[in-house]
Design a protein around this ligand. Structure first.
Ligand SMILES: *[C@@H]1O[C@H](CO)[C@@H](O)[C@H](O)[C@H]1NC(C)=O
Ligand SMILES: *[C@@H]1O[C@H](CO)[C@@H](O)[C@H](O)[C@H]1NC(C)=O
Ligand SMILES: *[C@@H]1O[C@H](CO)[C@@H](O)[C@H](O)[C@H]1NC(C)=O
Ligand SMILES: *[C@@H]1O[C@H](CO)[C@@H](O)[C@H](O)[C@H]1NC(C)=O
Ligand SMILES: *[C@@H]1O[C@H](CO)[C@@H](O)[C@H](O)[C@H]1NC(C)=O
Ligand SMILES: *[C@@H]1O[C@H](CO)[C@@H](O)[C@H](O)[C@H]1NC(C)=O
Length: 529
């Protein structure tokens, strides 16, 4: 009897421990879109609330430093919405009295964009030179004039243009000096060897301009005309000072603001002018892969190097910032630009299919310089990212969650969400076999089974790839090896060569899933309710 009692107490203790342990279990998301990109933002109450608070911040700030020393334009856009999902222009009374340029700022007003030129140059390069296929080509092959700079043998004072590639230049990995320029061709000692650590270089982009021009056998101006002007129809974008400055934002004189002044061979690095409308067109075309293939676009949205900060990276020439949003990581692909009285910021976030442009012209006589450009991206993204994530999650719930069944075969799948990112599968039966508990559950105890949009299908089909892992207790302090390594075995179970977890939904006219097909199990289940 005693024994019996003891046993049951022991059982109780064991069960209670297991429960306690289970409550602490963790999973790790996969780096990817957790949900399809949100749509219909302008109608969405969460987005409207985020925008209302942004409006209040901007209106409230209008009369204080730094906003009262800065004329600026802010635009948020996404490819599924015409125009902007939000735009804000701040021009003060003084602007109306300005002797130069526009008297009232709108989406067609022209700002200098400084180093965002580097991004435009790379887009021009990708469009004109067959995407990234020349990224591994040595610069010397495209700019043979550089040979005259080469010395015999090893020389730490001469860049090794035989080994520096276009990709090294674009990714800030050539080790070149920041600004150096003699006789139309960049020169100057290297700062570091090739592919050592990112160092920002204007010279690199001057060289890319020359290389592109040699590669296609036309002037940079001709390629600019063919790509940004003709293909994209950007009518307010220039790489030299526009002859008509009537739409320019010029808080002072063209000289005092630096609106005037061509950069010559450095134009590809910093000489461009553009407008909020043109940047929205450009950003949408990039996000939608309208003119560049999806593979080239996705490859462009990848880092070339880390930097010291764990949450930052460098691309070609993206300045990448990594933010945590509702428990997963979102990469912001940005580029900043500064030239004379102009400071600007451009960001694309493929995770949510959204872009932001901020162009500012600050009062050279003021005290705050580029402070609006330096501050606003923090507030903007801190407010927008959680809102966009919530909207994407809610839309995914409405469009995909629920039970899907085929009663004839006793097959069903149940999809929902919880506090963690991504849609979650909580039950899955196939022909009377409990796939969830008796197949996947055996491989991964405390099974956590999620699905992520895979963008492999089009039109009325939306594909998801499954991601299963064992929920596990938080790692002990100091334990990092093999943590969060789920990407190593994503959906590795196959049936007849098809990944077991791949699900393809068929969407109705209303944008909601009607059925789901398990490609591997070759069965279609109908959404209930
Ligand atoms: C901007 O606002 C500050 C107060 O924050 C004020 O001292 C300053 O005079 C204002 N500058 C202009 C140009 O209005
Ligand atoms: C982007 O692509 C989507 C889907 O094909 C389309 O509906 C939208 O109109 C496109 N937007 C632009 C600006 O091309
Ligand atoms: C580029 O376009 C501008 C404006 O249309 C034109 O004046 C110029 O001649 C063009 N340049 C070249 C090289 O095609
Ligand atoms: C805005 O620009 C005008 C001239 O275009 C300038 O006089 C004014 O000082 C600028 N305002 C601010 C706040 O920089
Ligand atoms: C359907 O399958 C489940 C297991 O997946 C099983 O428990 C249940 O008894 C089956 N129902 C019928 C009617 O066969
Ligand atoms: C882990 O280390 C952190 C920082 O040193 C400390 O605050 C925390 O209490 C430690 N946690 C455990 C479980 O030891």
């Amino acid at each position: 009897m005693r024994c019996q009692v003891l046993t049951s107490i022991l059982l109780f203790v064991v069960a209670a421990t297991a429960l306690k342990r289970r409550a602490n279990l963790q999973t790790c998301p996969l780096l990817a879109k957790q949900y399809p990109s949100p749509v219909g933002l302008t109608e969405d109450p969460i987005f409207k609330a985020a925008i209302a608070s942004l409006d209040a911040t901007l209106d409230g700030g209008a009369n204080v430093v730094p906003y009262n020393e800065t004329n600026f334009s802010l635009g948020i856009f996404n490819p599924s919405t015409d125009g902007f999902v939000y735009q804000y222009h701040h021009s003060d009374a003084a602007l109306a009295a300005s002797s130069y340029g526009t008297k009232s700022i709108d989406g067609d007003s022209i700002y200098r964009v400084g180093s965002i030129s580097k991004l435009l140059t790379m887009y021009i390069f990708l469009l004109a030179a067959d995407g990234d296929r020349y990224f591994n080509t040595p610069v010397l092959e495209l700019v043979p004039e550089l040979k005259q700079l080469a010395s015999d043998g090893w020389n730490p004072e001469t860049p090794d243009f035989d080994d520096i590639t276009i990709g090294d230049l674009a990714g800030q990995m050539a080790g070149l000096a920041r600004d150096f320029y003699i006789n139309g061709i960049a020169t100057g000692s290297p700062i570091f060897p090739i592919a050592y650590t990112p160092v920002y270089s204007n010279e690199a982009f001057a060289l890319i301009g020359v290389a592109l021009s040699h590669l296609v056998g036309r002037s940079f101006e001709a390629v600019f005309n063919e790509t940004l002007r003709s293909t994209l129809s950007l009518s307010n974008t220039y790489f030299t000072v526009p002859s008509d400055i009537g739409q320019g934002v010029i808080p002072g004189t063209p000289l005092s603001t630096g609106f005037d002044g061509d950069l010559g061979v450095f134009s590809p690095a910093g000489g461009f002018f553009s407008s909020l409308n043109d940047f929205a067109c450009l950003g949408k075309a990039i996000l939608n892969s309208t003119f560049l293939s999806k593979a080239h676009t996705r490859r462009w949205f990848k880092p070339t190097s880390f930097v010291e900060d764990l949450a930052q990276g460098v691309g070609r020439p993206w300045e990448i910032f990594r933010r945590q949003v509702n428990g997963h990581t979102v990469d912001l692909y940005t580029k900043a630009g500064d030239i004379a009285a102009y400071s600007s910021f451009f960001a694309l976030v493929p995770t949510y299919d959204i872009g932001i442009t901020l162009m500012t012209a600050w009062d050279p006589a003021g005290t705050s310089g580029g402070a609006v450009r330096n501050q606003l991206p923090n507030q903007l993204f801190n407010a927008l990212l959680p809102a966009l994530d919530d909207i994407a999650k809610r839309q995914a719930m409405t469009n995909f969650a629920g039970q899907y069944m085929n009663p004839q075969t006793n097959s069903s799948i149940t999809i929902g969400t919880d506090a963690n990112p991504a849609l979650k599968i909580t039950a899955w039966n196939f022909n009377g076999v409990d796939i969830f508990n008796n197949v996947l559950g055996l491989l991964a105890p405390d099974l956590d089974l999620r699905i992520l949009p895979n963008e492999l299908y089009q039109e009325r089909k939306v594909g998801f790839t499954s991601y299963y892992q064992s929920a596990a207790p938080p790692p002990a302090n100091g334990t990092w090896y093999l943590q969060c390594s789920g990407w190593i075995d994503v959906d590795e179970l196959t049936v007849g060569n098809l990944p077991l977890g791949q699900l393809v939904f068929t969407m109705g006219e209303n944008g909601k899933a009607m059925s789901v097909e398990s490609r591997a199990l070759r069965q279609v289940l109908i959404r209930q309710g």
